[in-house]
Design a protein around this ligand. Structure first.
Ligand code: FES
Length: 223
């Protein structure tokens, strides 16, 4: 995807998302704010209409724009679906180690799977490229301000809502919407934690075996 297209998509997605949040917030305000007794019944009806419109608008936004941007539905991924390394017997070449910046996670497509390659010096680790909280890309979105976060203490951080995963094991180390992350990121953290009221948890993520042969990174994938 070109950076210009990604920027356009993110802009539309953001505006549409904020409009949906605005509708829901307006509806809630109409429901809870004390109104004129003579018009309170229409306030209630109006509030419900706004909330329903906001929810439908948000759902339509996910259904139409997310696939165009290559985003998956924001549904959690469960640790129970993680496959053991014994099932990873099909090796795919992810590229030469020199093509990966040390410490900066990068997404690659291997046999149609989205894999995150994490180079840590001469060592290379591989995990799924999607965060288990809401299937958003751990390497961020190209052309947008949401970029991959450098490896820290052996952990990959999701740039969307701040979940942290140990790159070697896939174990979730920090849940999304941690108070520190929310303080540092008012939009992606504090505001979106309200939007994700139905889904605030991340589980362990899939990791893949890696071997390096002649500088080439080989990742084991399921057959
Ligand atoms: S999508 Fe990664 S923390 Fe929410």
């Amino acid at each position: 995807m070109s950076p210009a297209l990604a920027f356009l998509g993110i802009s539309i997605l953001g505006t549409w998302g904020l409009a949906s949040i605005g509708l829901i917030a307006g509806g809630i305000i109409m429901l809870v704010a004390p109104g004129d007794p003579t018009t309170s019944s229409s306030n209630t009806l109006g509030g419900i209409v706004l909330i329903v419109a906001g929810v439908i608008s948000g759902g339509l936004m996910q259904l139409t724009l997310a696939p165009l941007l290559g985003l998956d539905p924001p549904l959690p991924m469960k640790a129970k679906d993680i496959l053991p390394f014994t099932r990873m017997t099909k090796w795919a070449n992810a590229g030469n180690i020199r093509d990966f910046t040390d410490g900066l996670p990068k997404e690659v497509r291997l046999r149609s799977q989205r894999v995150l390659i994490v180079r840590d010096g001469d060592n290379v680790l591989a995990t799924t490229a999607l965060c288990s909280h809401a299937r958003l890309p751990l390497a961020g979105l190209p052309g947008s301000p949401i970029k991959a976060v450098p490896l820290q203490d052996g952990c990959v951080m999701c740039p969307f809502h701040g979940a942290r995963f140990e790159a070697a094991t896939g174990k979730v180390i920090r849940q999304p919407f941690d108070s520190q992350f929310n303080n540092d990121h008012p939009f992606l953290g504090r505001l979106q934690s309200k939007l994700f009221f139905w889904n605030k948890g991340a589980e362990d993520i899939q990791t893949y075996p890696v071997k390096i042969e002649g500088g080439e990174i080989l990742v084991g994938l399921p057959k």
